[in-house]
Ligand binder design. Structure first.
Ligand code: PLP
Length: 381
């Protein structure tokens, strides 16, 4: 029996790949194609915008917390959704500012489910869900993404894994790490009738689609909780601000979500104050970031085109390439082999359980390193 307490059954000793990474680092380093951290890839939100907007904060600082978040900050978020395609109409009462998207998930898990209940999450996926679900004693049940259909959600698998204790469906669009975007309402979601928790942190990064439609606008028939924040949108993960937007059908959950958010009041005062300026003045920077990722994706796809073992395609959106690798079954051995040649990638199993071998490559990477990394990948595999 593991000792009591969260995560006590998890083996926290470093795995083979991490040990090899540490050795390689000590021996001179490697090309890193795994980074999701814009601040370490030369993408810095313009400091003068932050500095100028913060000036007024220091002069006017008062702690008068609102459990839904600062009114001016919420108004700025409402303006952002009004400009999406299609627009998502929101009122100030539909928004809850949080410390991060991760915290927002955790509040929603508590809002919607009790220990022993389950949530449906995609296989493959952003790996944080396991830990967030474990903290609430929830089971995650995997629904399938169809690789051959551009990683579209397999509607049959949704119905197959849901039961009487399923409380919500998690959707990430654009999806991490496959990039798939949900473009149209899914009849299977409507039939299930469950609340949707939709993570849209990669919404500005649209490549294989003209735009990323808010899932809440596609599914007005369901309670939809839309999650986003400034970590990806404005490359400000250090400023710690996220939000939950409730569509019309989710409004009944508002009072309890307010109490949950009031329990922590996690949203940072300075970051809330800055948010209107981020939306008003930050969009040229966002466009620059989106352009960087696009240029990296184009470079990789051109280099890997016709490669005998790597199968990459332009993702609908997001930061990442998630190519299949032919001729390899053991992803860990593949990642170790690449590290031996000075290249760090994530093996597909970090994100779930798929047949065959896949790699995650981050196109957020600083362009010269990205180009060198892709060149090495193509040569070594
Ligand atoms: C899909 C997805 N959602 C959420 C987050 C985290 O966002 P936050 O920094 O707001 O917690 C990440 C970070 O990588 C992510 O990939």
């Amino acid at each position: 029996m593991p000792p009591p307490g969260a995560f006590s059954a998890i083996d926290l000793t470093p795995n083979e790949l991490e040990l090899a990474r540490q050795r390689r680092l000590a021996a001179g380093g490697y090309l890193d194609l795994t980074s999701s951290n814009p601040t370490l890839q030369g993408l810095h939100f313009p400091a003068e915008i932050l500095r100028e907007a913060a000036e007024d904060y220091w002069a006017n600082r008062r702690y008068t917390p609102d459990p839904r978040g600062d009114a001016a900050a919420r108004a700025a978020v409402i303006g952002y959704y009004a400009g999406r395609t299609p627009p998502l109409p929101l009122t100030p009462d539909d928004l809850f500012l949080t410390a991060s998207t991760s915290e927002a998930y955790s509040l929603l898990f508590a809002l919607l489910a009790d220990p022993g209940d389950n949530l449906l999450a995609p296989n493959v996926t952003y790996p944080l869900f396991d830990y967030l679900a474990a903290l609430r004693g929830l089971e995650l049940r995997a629904y399938t993404l169809r690789e051959e259909a551009g990683w579209a959600i397999d509607e049959h698998s949704l119905a197959a894994v849901a039961d009487a204790r399923t409380r919500a469906v998690l959707i990430v669009s654009p999806h991490n790490p496959t990039g798939a975007v949900l473009r149209a309402p899914l009849p299977a979601l409507s039939q299930l009738g469950l609340p949707l928790i939709c993570d849209e942190v990669f919404a500005p990064f649209a490549y294989g689609v003209p735009h990323v439609p808010p899932v809440a606008a596609l599914h007005p028939d369901l309670p939809v909780f839309t999650l986003n924040g400034i970590s990806k949108l404005f490359a400000l993960p250090d400023m710690k601000l996220g939000w939950v937007a409730l569509n019309h059908a989710a409004r009944g959950f508002g009072p309890r979500l307010e109490l949950l958010n009031d329990t922590f009041l996690g949203a940072n005062g300075l970051s809330q104050w800055l948010l209107p300026a981020l939306f008003a003045r930050g969009m040229p920077f966002v466009a620059e970031m989106v352009g960087r990722v696009r240029a990296n994706l184009d470079l990789a796809l051109a280099r890997l085109d016709g490669h005998p073992r790597l199968r990459a395609r332009l993702p609908d959106g997001g930061y990442y390439l998630f190519p299949a690798v032919q001729g390899w079954q053991d992803e860990e051995a593949l990642a170790l082999h690449l590290l031996d040649h000075g290249l760090l990638v994530h093996p597909g199993y970090f994100y779930g359980d798929l047949p065959g071998a896949h790699l995650m490559l981050s196109a957020l990477t600083e362009p010269a390193s990205f180009a060198a990394g892709i060149e090495r990948l193509a040569a070594v595999i």
